[in-house]
Design a protein around this ligand. Structure first.
Ligand SMILES: C[S@@+](CC[C@H](N)C(=O)[O-])C[C@H]1O[C@@H](n2cnc3c(N)ncnc32)[C@H](O)[C@@H]1O
Length: 334
């Protein structure tokens, strides 16, 4: 396992945007080191989730228990991975829900990992620990029974390489839960992020945080834009995560499903952030009558793409099971 602290090659001013330089030129593919360095530096200073979210993931963990029961899986003795675990609050609720399993959390941010381990010790949780690791460099193969990666893949320089790494780390028969920003959802927030970047991209981060708050104070749309959970504008770390992220590329459901399928995983469930089901049947999403017959002949991947276009979920929570004998090659490998 490589555990290192990527810093990228940019100066501090470039990384936090205060140099006024555009971070990435349009059309230029993102440089992996540069993106990872920027994201690392953000979460080193602004770890996430903040302490006020403690125990807010209990329902999520309970949902996973009932899901596993529903597909006939017994998690006793399982090795769970929370990749990337942030400050560990989700792992805490999982560890409490599944005392019969053990938990490993990985994260890029040493600040978050230290905070996670401190909190787990303080809570007397003995079956979970966090360590520093870059998701894109995890070399473990078939070592986890369950992998959770919540709110992170869309912050990677190469999200589909990231998903493939997670798939490789999962045992055959294992379960992956991926929570990502959807490409077609929450357009209002995406516009707000872009407006802040355009107006304040040259300002130091502290001033951009103030700018978001000043805007929110006079414009209810900033608060009302549908995000889950609702942003706490009083918390700097949350404002940065929501409005001023160093790198974010929301994903299309069809592409996620395709990537999972090529790594041998079958998608079995789709929900929103709060575990509310999202049907994978396009006809359940106001698909106009004349389009239904041709839609019924689409592949599963294309049907998922259609569901994404019709439902436009802000958040895609995908549960997938790794089929025995899945293809473990990563993109670019022979
Ligand atoms: C929005 S937070 C989500 C934290 C947690 N999963 C949750 O939902 O509560 C995103 C996390 O991803 C981590 N992260 C981003 N890129 C990463 C990478 N390449 N490897 C490991 N962790 C990464 C960040 O440090 C941060 O803690």
């Amino acid at each position: 396992m490589t555990t290192r602290t990527p810093t990228g090659s940019l100066s501090r001013a470039d990384r936090d945007g205060s140099s006024g330089r555009l971070a990435f030129s349009p059309g230029r593919p993102p440089d992996r080191e540069e993106v990872t360095g920027r994201v690392h530096d953000q979460y080193a200073v602004h770890p996430f989730p903040p302490p006020q979210r403690k125990h807010s993931y209990r329902g999520h963990a309970a949902y996973v228990r009932s899901f596993l029961e529903g597909i006939g899986k017994d998690p006793a003795g399982w090795r769970f991975g929370d990749i990337a675990c942030g400050t560990g609050l989700m792992m805490l609720d999982y560890a409490l829900e599944f005392p019969e399993a053990s938990f490993v959390g990985y994260d890029l941010s040493e600040t978050s990992v230290d905070r996670a381990n401190e909190m787990l010790r303080h809570e007397g949780v003995g079956n979970a620990r966090a360590a520093v690791a870059n998701l894109l460099e995890i070399e473990e193969t078939e070592s986890f029974d369950y992998i959770l990666s919540w709110g992170t893949v869309h912050h990677l320089a190469d999200p589909f390489l990231g998903i493939s790494v997670l798939c490789r780390a999962l045992k055959p028969g294992g379960v992956l839960r991926l929570g990502v920003y959807g490409h077609y959802g929450n357009f209002e927030r995406k516009l707000q992020q872009e407006i802040i970047k355009t107006v304040g991209g040259h300002l130091p981060l502290e001033e951009r945080i103030s700018l978001v708050r000043a805007w929110a104070a006079v414009d209810p749309r900033v608060v009302e834009a549908q995000t889950a959970p609702p942003v706490d504008l009083g918390d700097d770390d949350w404002v940065v995560d929501e409005f001023l992220h160093a790198w974010e590329q929301p994903l299309k459901l069809g592409e996620v499903v395709g990537c999972l399928g090529s790594a041998g995983l079958q998608v079995v469930d789709l929900t929103d952030y709060y575990d509310e089901p999202i049907s994978l049947d396009p006809a359940r999403h106001l698909l106009p009558g004349p389009l239904r017959p041709p839609a019924s002949h689409l592949s599963f991947e294309r049907r998922c793409h259609l569901v994404d276009l019709l439902a436009r979920p802000y958040w895609l929570s995908v549960l997938a099971v790794k089929q025995p004998g899945g293809d473990l090659r990563l993109p670019g490998e022979g």
